[in-house]
Ligand binder design. Structure first.
Ligand code: SAH
Length: 214
């Protein structure tokens, strides 16, 4: 029997990801491997590999495959890296990171989503991915410092604790902005002279909630 999802994934990588300029072989092979259809709701499974963000529970979304690949590539990951993700959601982005980096720590503020993602990632044998329920604003100090941090919810500012938990030379990729339907996807690099900011793309993410709004 043929594996339809595998051919769907190949098409996704060729038409949505490689065609738009993503070229890091580790990112491309991670996108080919992670079974995205297992991270979406059953009723959306038929379009799991389409060029779109999709709804998950608790009014949240799983990002568009291209955006997942763009954030992963711009985190400039190495196979020995330790990565922090804020906004576990479905766990899909964490799984992609887990294919590329050594250890992935991911924090989700909605408890039911954190539990569901933890179970899914364990079922798929991602033993290098660690899920925690909580507000990502404070990061994960016990596991710091990190080589890279991905924030996958829109934030009006870069949480200070996250900058502190980043190694020198480390990268934060995040959607920055206080408008609900448009943010700037940025890469912030921590250098000896301060933070270097680069604009990557215009994006739309669900809002980061919790302490950053206070
Ligand atoms: N990376 C996810 C998609 C993220 S959607 C995936 O691959 O599926 C954004 C997620 O961030 C939502 O699940 C939302 O609940 C979570 N979130 C929002 N504010 C947060 C905060 N302060 N700390 C941790 N998670 C947060």
């Amino acid at each position: 029997m043929s594996n339809d999802y595998e051919s769907d994934r190949k098409r996704m990588v060729e038409q949505q990801i490689r065609a738009r300029g993503i070229s890091d072989p580790a990112v491309l092979s991670a996108m080919l491997r992670v079974p995205r259809h297992l991270f979406v709701e059953e009723e959306s499974r038929y379009r799991a590999y389409s060029d779109a963000a999709l709804p998950i529970r608790e009014n949240q979304t799983i990002s568009q495959p291209y955006i997942v690949s763009l954030m992963s590539e711009n985190a400039q990951l190495n196979s020995t890296d330790r990565v922090l993700e804020i906004g576990t959601g479905s766990g899909y982005q964490a799984a992609v990171l887990g294919e590329i980096a050594r250890e992935v720590y991911t924090i989700e503020i909605v408890e039911s989503l954190a539990q569901q993602a933890k179970r899914k990632l364990a079922d798929l044998n991602y033993t290098n991915i660690h899920v925690k329920h909580g507000d990502g604003y404070q990061g994960w100090p016990e596991q710091a410092p990190f080589d890279a941090i991905l924030i996958t919810a829109a934030t009006p500012e870069i949480p200070k604790p996250l900058v502190e938990q980043l190694k020198e030379g480390g990268r934060i990729v995040l959607p920055l902005g206080d408008k609900p339907f448009s943010q700037d996807l940025l890469r912030i690099t921590k250098t000896s002279k301060g933070l270097k900011k680069e604009y990557l793309a215009g994006v739309v993410f669900v809002p980061m909630t919790g302490e950053v709004r206070k």
